[in-house]
Design a protein around this ligand. Structure first.
Ligand code: ZN
Length: 221
């Protein structure tokens, strides 16, 4: 298995442990529409284990023979301080930085699980289910709630989002997560995917951009 540690976008290792990944489903209206999902007032939170984390570059692997594997490009937030029942102010003070990650999803498996009323771990928590890029320190990212990001697959734009269109803003959703799950230093939060999810295939070339902060290229292996 690929070893993983959180990295600064300059390539240096961040001195934080590798923890769980707390995620939100249905945080962008355009993705809810494309999935024809039912929504509720209560947020849809789920967790990927630390073993789902892997480096996004120079390549990442997808499971074979488990049906469609979909890209969900999401803003990732690295937590540096414990957060339990935290206010949005406490959340803001606990963020190490921001990056982009893929919430890889076995879509056919997830559809079967949904039909059976079962939880999503098999579809979202497998080894390597969360490739992540290096983090931009919070102090150098002026407006995280106005952050543009995009995914090109084989030269064609597939996803283009901006955090300004989130249903729950970043501090708000992390505050809500911390009412249920204590976040520890080294944990990561995924903030939901905009529209444009679709199948990835071995050999696909991906270009992933976070505004003017970074652009990385990677490959599905
Ligand atoms: Zn997602």
């Amino acid at each position: 298995m690929m070893t993983y540690s959180h990295q600064h976008c300059d390539g240096s290792v961040i001195a934080l442990p590798v923890g769980k990944v707390v995620c939100i489903g249905q945080n962008y209206q355009d993705h809810i529409a494309e999935m024809q999902s039912k929504t509720a007032a209560e947020p849809l939170f789920f967790i990927k284990p630390s073993t789902a984390l892997c480096p996004l570059v120079p390549s990442f692997a997808i499971p074979a023979n488990r049906g469609a594997v979909h890209n969900e490009l999401e803003i990732a937030v690295l937590i540096a301080k414990p957060l339990s029942q935290a206010s949005t102010e406490q959340v803001a003070a606990a963020i190490w930085g921001y990056s982009l990650a893929l919430d890889l999803t076995l879509r056919d498996v997830q559809s079967s699980l949904k039909q059976l009323g079962r939880p999503w771990e098999l579809a979202k928590g497998f080894d390597g289910a969360c490739p992540v890029a290096g983090f931009v320190p919070a102090a150098t990212l002026a407006h995280p709630q106005q952050l543009d990001f995009s995914l090109n697959v084989n030269g064609i734009e597939r996803q283009h989002g901006n955090s300004a269109t989130m249903i729950r803003g970043i501090s708000q959703l992390i505050s809500e997560m911390s009412q249920h799950f204590t976040l520890l230093p080294g944990d990561m939060v995924l903030t939901g995917t905009p529209a444009g999810v679709g199948p990835l295939h071995i050999g696909d070339q991906l270009q992933i951009q976070m505004a003017d902060y970074f652009t990385v290229t990677t490959k599905v292996s």
